[in-house]
Design a protein. Structure first.
Lengths: 114, 111
């Protein structure tokens, strides 16, 4: 079956531009997570959705980061006024229900801010 | 409570030998411990997981052991093959809506 799909795979933007990253979770998965992975590090939690409800956004680094999942399926992570420190791989994961159920990851979007 | 420590950072093994990676944690509330394999340019792939009510779990050449008293859990790969070369991450879940990941171990299997 289809796994978690993320697009684009690579995104290059100039500092100050806005970007939008998309995640298509596994069909039927209620929970959706966004993580940020810096080079040589493990993924760091950003935010968590249960269906369309954003239950936890405590990992978002600033108010320039915004995530939504309006219909409880596809999710978008938006970064406004990008800065160089936003350069990282952004990973999306989904699970059947909850954070302590197996989370399945997409291949991520590699974001480079020039 | 969030930290997960992974040891060693890099591990080289001869093909056919076993590899063991250990992770330690401090939060007693942690109840779910997955292991992920990440290849270059790919997302983390779940390879095995264990819950706090179980001490050991095995899936073919992969096994995970959990010592709740000592607060550590380990990944064991037997009969290593070149395709086992990757970065391996341990993670834990407690009560705060997230997985907390270790920094990863680079495993190199030498043919």
């Amino acid at each position: 079956g289809a796994g978690v799909s993320q697009s684009p795979r690579y995104k290059v933007a100039k500092r100050g531009q806005d970007v939008a990253l998309r995640c298509d979770p596994i069909s039927g998965h209620v929970s959706l997570f966004w993580y940020q992975q810096a080079l040589g590090q493990g993924p760091e939690f950003l935010t968590y959705f249960q269906n369309e409800a954003q239950l936890d956004k405590s990992g978002l680094p600033s108010d320039r980061f915004f995530a939504e999942r309006p219909e409880g399926s596809v999710s978008t992570l938006k970064i406004q006024r990008t800065q160089q420190e936003d350069s990282a791989v952004y990973l999306c994961a989904s699970s059947l229900a909850g954070f302590n159920q197996p989370q399945h990851f997409g291949d991520g979007t590699r974001l480079s801010i020039l | 409570g969030e930290n997960v420590e992974q040891h060693p950072s890099t591990l080289s093994v001869q093909e056919g030998d076993s590899a063991v990676i250990k992770c330690t944690y401090s939060d007693s509330a942690s109840n779910y411990f997955p292991w992920y394999k990440q290849e270059l340019g790919k997302g983390p792939q779940l390879i095995i997981d264990i819950r706090s009510n179980v001490g050991e779990k095995k899936d073919q050449r992969i096994a995970v052991t959990l010592n709740k008293t000592a607060k550590h859990f380990s990944l064991h790969i037997t009969e290593t093959q070149p395709e086992d070369s990757a970065v391996y991450f341990c993670a834990k879940a407690s009560g705060n809506n997230r997985l907390a990941f270790g920094k990863g171990n680079q495993v190199v299997v030498i043919p």
